[in-house]
Every structure is written in C-alpha cells, then in structure tokens.
Ligand binder design. Sequence first.
Ligand code: AMP
Length: 218
Amino acid sequence: MRLVFLGPPGSGKGTQARMVSESMNIPQISTGDILREAVARRTDLGKKARSYMDAGQLVPDDIMLALIEKRVDGTDCTGGYILDGFPRTLAQAMGLDEILTQRGETIDLAILIEVADETVVRRLTRRRICPACHALYNLDTDRPKRDNLCDRCGVELVLRSDDEEKTVRTRLNVYRNDTLPLADYYDSKGILRKVDGEGSVDEVFASIMGILTEVRQS
Ligand code: AMP
C-alpha cells in the first residue's frame, strides 16, 4: 500500500507513521527527517533547505519533488510506503501523481489526522528530539527515563529550533494555507479518510489500523 499521512505539525503523524510502518512492514518516508539529516551533514540539499526550515517555511517544491522521486525508487519501496510530511502543497501532490503515473502506480489512501491548534502548540513546545536517532519524547506524556537523555542512545535531547512557539504558529499558518487544501484534492479522488488525533497514541493507532483493515478488505 502507498499511503499519505496528512495533518498539522504535532498531530502525531510521525509517531503514527512509524507505528504503521512497523506493523505493515513498509518504510516510513519522512521528508522532515531526510531534510534534518541533510542539514546535520551539511550536504548541498541541507544547505539549500536550512533557512526555510528554521523559519518554519516550506522548502521549494522542485527540491522536494526531486528528493521524493529518488526515494520512492528505492528497492525497499516496492511493497509500498508511508509518506509522512509529503506532499505539503498542491504542486507537490500533483507532481507526485505524475511521478507515480509514469511508474504505473497510484496513492491508495490519504489519512488526515485532525487536531486543534492549541493542542499542537502545547504538544510541540513540550516535544524533545534525539539529535542522533530522531526518537521523539514529550515532557508531559512521554518523558525519557533519565532527565533529558535519549532512552536509546543516551544523547542529550533538544528542542527542535522550529518547535519554538513563534515558529510553531508560523508552521500552523503554512499548514492551513498550503497543505490543508490537499484534503480536498484526495477527497475528490475518493481516497481521503479522517482520523481524530486528539486521543492517545494507542487510540489514534487503533483508528488508523481499523481504516487500513477496512480498505484492504474492500
Ligand atoms: P516536519 O518534520 O515534517 O514538520 O518538517 C520540518 C520542516 O521541513 C518543515 O517545516 C519544512 O520546512 C521542511 N519540510 C518537510 N517536508 C516538506 C515538504 N514536503 N515540503 C516542503 N518543506 C518540507
């Protein structure tokens, strides 16, 4: 199955994509993670993307489409994948469809995880990330076992620069203006399903798996 996960920053998209990826044994393709890695390694892509990311703005569509075209060609993608954080604009969604059409493929399902703005702000400003393995924590709901250290690698956790409140509000505006219209795009193709993202991680996961089971059986 080729899946798209949509939702505002802080909707739990990444966490859910990881869980579904493990459960279905298909890769999670997180464009945010790919870009952060490129920034950390100071590659050409990272140098181009950094200023946009720090400002909470979107990296230009042509850069993102080139990145995704290469990634979905990976040998691990033959059985499907979950796109997490891509597409983010109508141009990206249409570009993705063109790439897939050339390969004789389509997106099977787009899952929109809905949460209120204030939930997003609270979750993101309390979120911490491991700069080494990208594991995510939350100081309210998912604290690391040792204060501010990653459970897996012991590295000191950080607040992502784009998780500061001012940047979070910018990202929410960008989401509403540029990304939310994608819900209509996928709805018009009959492949959009919505999930309430306000519940616990396990509740949201159960809703998503319910939808996936239903779609696979139909
Ligand atoms: P995320 O971790 O998905 O919230 O992404 C972090 C940042 O990476 C975003 O705020 C954007 O600056 C950039 N980014 C990630 N995915 C995309 C995309 N599909 N299009 C443009 N920019 C992106």
